[in-house]
Design a protein around this ligand. Structure first.
Ligand SMILES: Nc1ncnc2c1ncn2[C@@H]1O[C@H](COP(=O)(O)OP(=O)(O)OP(=O)(O)O)[C@@H](O)[C@H]1O
Length: 307
């Protein structure tokens, strides 16, 4: 479990993390989302004890991580890619790490196999691709069979096979009862991997909920309705909190009413429908709507550029 309480980190004039509080529970994959510069990496570094909070506190599995007697069994983290010595082989890199924690070579071979690097274990790390480097970083994080795992952008640089492998591995770790906290910018990937989310913007908490609650709370579901009498239906549906748009002559997109309500309006006026469907928003839609205005480096819209 990770307990973050009133955590604040200031770098000179930059308030990277501002009074952040949340708990990451064991037994689930929790996604950590936020625009660039929102404070995710800073928060993760403070969780791993690599950076000191300006104020506030972090507890990992109930105690302050720095005070832990067997740190590798408590927390495994992937925070900086290519932290390995480039002249060493992958196996020697892991053996060196294992020795500091009193772990044997057998565990090194286990994690090499777990991340699929057994065939290149003797190769120098300096010749590894980005994806192989990520796998090695994950192997290092898992060496001590930690109860809590913190991974910053683990799918970065991985091909689709690698992305799927990470997804399966993270879910497996959660199923074993471990705490899994993982940041990513890939929303579709997060939607498939995480069941809980912590969302931050400009160092502050935006949401701490299940993925489902987040999607339901951040965006309104829309309704798509097809009718040969779409024009009349459009007039009937008008209301103060209802928006109706149309890209095709006989199709309307309605927000502010449920599919049942749209169906009832059509039925009572005798408007024939050939299609009526509620369209669930995606995690990406919800994320963009929740973090709107929190983006540090917003790009101009194409419309703005054209003007
Ligand atoms: N060592 C540092 N010194 C000064 N400022 C820093 C330092 N580390 C981070 N910052 C600043 O703190 C803010 C938060 O950065 P952080 O890297 O934690 O965000 P992030 O959410 O991980 O972003 P990204 O998604 O781009 O990785 C940014 O404004 C960043 O410039």
């Amino acid at each position: 479990m990770i307990e973050v309480e009133n955590l604040t980190k200031r770098y000179g004039d930059t308030l990277a993390v501002h009074d952040l509080s949340f708990t990451v529970e064991p037994g689930a994959v929790t996604g950590f989302l936020g625009p660039n510069g929102a404070g995710k990496s800073t928060t993760m570094r403070m969780i791993a004890g690599l950076d000191r909070p300006t104020s506030g506190s972090v507890r990992v599995n109930g105690s302050v991580y720095r005070d832990s007697v067997a740190p590798m069994a408590e927390l495994g983290s992937l925070l900086e890619v290519r932290a390995a010595h480039t002249g060493r082989s992958a196996r020697n890199h892991l053996v060196a790490l294992a020795q500091t924690a009193g772990l044997g070579r057998r565990r090194v071979d286990e994690v090499l196999e777990l991340v699929g690097l057994q065939d290149v274990a003797a190769d120098r790390v300096g010749r590894f691709s980005l994806g192989m480097g990520q796998r090695l970083g994950i192997a290092a994080a898992l060496l001590g069979s930690p109860r809590t795992v913190v991974l910053d952008e683990p799918v970065n640089g991985l091909d689709p096979d690698g992305v799927r492998w990470i997804r399966t591995m993270l879910r497996g770790l959660a199923d074993e009862g471990r705490t899994v906290f993982v940041s990513s910018h890939l929303m579709s990937e997060m939607a498939q991997t995480a069941t809980r989310l912590v969302v931050v913007g400009r160092g502050r908490l935006i949401a701490d909920s299940t993925v489902e609650e987040f999607v339901a709370a951040s965006t309104s579901t829309s309704v798509v309705v097809r009718s040969r009498d779409a024009g009349r239906l459009r007039d009937l549906l008008r209301g103060p909190h209802v928006t109706v748009t149309s890209d095709e002559a006989d199709v309307l997109q309605v927000t502010g009413l449920s599919a049942e309500q749209v169906g009832a309006v059509a039925a009572s006026a005798g408007v024939p429908l050939s299609e009526l469907a509620a369209v669930r928003a995606s995690l990406e839609d919800a994320y963009l709507s929740a973090t709107h205005g929190e983006v540090e480096y917003a790009a101009a819209s194409t419309e703005g550029v054209r003007r």
